[in-house]
Write a protein of this length. Structure first.
Length: 473
């Protein structure tokens, strides 16, 4: 089916389909189009082959590094899946041929002096007393004080700033999320100062941009990058992270790191604080926030010192007393926070499902054996209790076999984790792990007759100018 069409036309159809589903595909669009043009200009026809893919990945890359090749290969992979739907003879490398395609380098963490120098340099921009210096000084200061993404700051409207309530509204940002961002009193004062200047250069209507460009619209990313690069060069900074130069986005990283560092120094409950910080900065997964604990040297040092204090004082008793180290409450907490949330980075829905399973189990255990959740031990979670719990789910809560199996899967996952920390509970754990999943009747899949399938496809494809391959009966 792909043989009669150019790769470019297939690429356009693929991009149109993905954009109709809500994907922006800015970088991906450029790369996939470049590959399609390369394939057509090379005289390629027929189904996609590994040779043409690898020739483009390596031969047309600006940087000859395995990481760059891996990234280009990763961009083409969804497009190859799309082509495989049209032609089963499609070929594509199925393994990580060039290694990892994603990495996170350590960011440059600004010092307080550097942030002050950047804002001061922005105030010295021309024209003196005009809107331009006030705009860039306020943008840089706002990102440093709130951790906003560059695009979030640039797309703020006047109606998104509530100075009386002391918060910003960030709308439809990355991952199509919106959130409120509380701001400090000093940030409120600086925004009032800026708005006084801004009001002299344009009406402060609800839909008007907060940060105004010379043309009267939103400031483009390219423009602010150019201004930042000029100031960075004049200030003569040397990058301290894994990147070759200091970046504007590093202001966001600095905000997050400084906040975590202060919490560590003041002995705050880091796990709860990290959840709040993840929401504040708009991270999609809390594991993205926890990354800073291991990805930034400054935080690794602080966390290491805190752990040494914990191990030698309060934590010393827990670590040396096997009864406390392997206690059920501590293991359950570690399972959810360290194992599921940080190490495995499972989705919030999975964590919620596991939480519900244990909430029901703890309530059942307290009602059955009279032991409060804080006093439960792994030995209490024997096969008899778990079987009684599963029976309770089906008979008293009217759960089906699928739900029963999902609850059992959550318990088994925890017990497999706990087995590494409490060897004395292994016999009990083995008995529970031996409880089988319950079989249930699966609905018989129906099928669509070939004639009806062709008729349905013609209706869907009408107007696209594409033919429909005959379906074999």
């Amino acid at each position: 089916m792909t043989g009669a069409r150019t790769m470019l036309s297939l690429a356009k159809d693929y991009l149109s389909e993905r954009r109709a589903l809500g994907f922006a595909l800015k970088m991906e669009s450029h790369q996939i189009t470049a590959f399609a043009l390369f394939a057509d200009e090379s005289g390629h026809s027929g189904p996609l082959t590994k040779d043409i893919v690898l020739n483009w990945v390596q031969g047309q890359a600006k940087r000859t590094s395995p990481f760059s090749w891996a990234r280009r290969l990763e961009v083409l992979r969804p497009f190859a899946r799309y082509l495989a739907r049209l032609d089963p003879d499609t070929e594509f490398p199925q393994t990580a041929t060039f290694g990892r395609s994603h990495r996170r380098l350590a960011p440059h963490i600004y010092s307080e002096r550097e942030i002050c120098d950047l804002v001061a340099a922005a105030w010295r921009l021309g024209p003196e007393g005009g809107l331009r210096p006030a705009t860039y000084a306020t943008i840089f200061g706002l990102i440093a004080a709130t951790g906003l993404r560059r695009s979030e700051a640039l797309h703020l409207r006047c109606s998104d700033v509530d100075l009386d309530g002391a918060f910003l509204t960030v709308r439809n940002t990355k991952f199509r999320k919106s959130r409120h961002v509380p701001i400090h009193a000093t940030v409120v004062a600086e925004l009032r100062r800026y708005l006084a200047v801004r009001a002299r250069h344009g009406a402060l209507t609800e839909d008007s941009p907060l940060f105004l460009s010379p043309a009267g619209g939103f400031i483009a990313k390219r423009r602010i990058n150019k201004v930042f690069q000029k100031l960075r060069t004049n200030l003569g900074w040397t990058a301290r992270g894994g990147y070759g130069a200091v970046r504007l986005h590093d202001l966001r990283h600095t905000f997050i790191c400084r906040r975590i560092q202060l919490w560590h120094e003041h002995g705050a409950d880091i796990d709860n604080a990290m959840a709040a910080l993840s929401t504040y900065v708009g991270h999609a997964k809390i594991s993205d926030t926890y990354w800073y604990l291991t990805g930034v040297p400054e935080l690794m040092a602080v966390a290491g010192k805190r752990f040494e204090v914990f191990a030698s004082t309060v934590g010393g008793g827990i670590m040396t007393d096997p009864k406390l180290a392997s206690s059920f409450p501590i293991l359950l907490q570690r399972f959810f926070i360290a194992h599921l949330g940080n190490q495995r980075a499972v989705s919030s829905r999975t964590i919620a499902a596991y939480r519900d399973a244990f909430r029901l189990l703890l309530g059942f255990a307290e009602a059955t054996i009279g032991t409060a959740p804080t006093r439960l031990t792994l030995a209490d979670l024997d096969a008899q209790l778990i079987l009684g719990f599963l029976d309770h789910l089906e008979k008293e809560r009217s759960n089906g076999a699928r739900t029963r199996n999902a609850r059992l899967a959550a318990l088994r996952s925890f017990l497999k984790y706990a087995a590494h920390y409490d060897l004395t509970a292994l016999p009990v754990i083995e008995q529970v792990l031996a409880i089988p999943m319950k079989r249930f009747d699966r609905p018989v899949l129906g099928f669509c007759h070939a004639r009806r399938c062709r008729r349905s496809l013609r209706r869907r494809m009408r107007g696209h100018g594409q033919g429909i391959a005959r379906c074999s009966a």
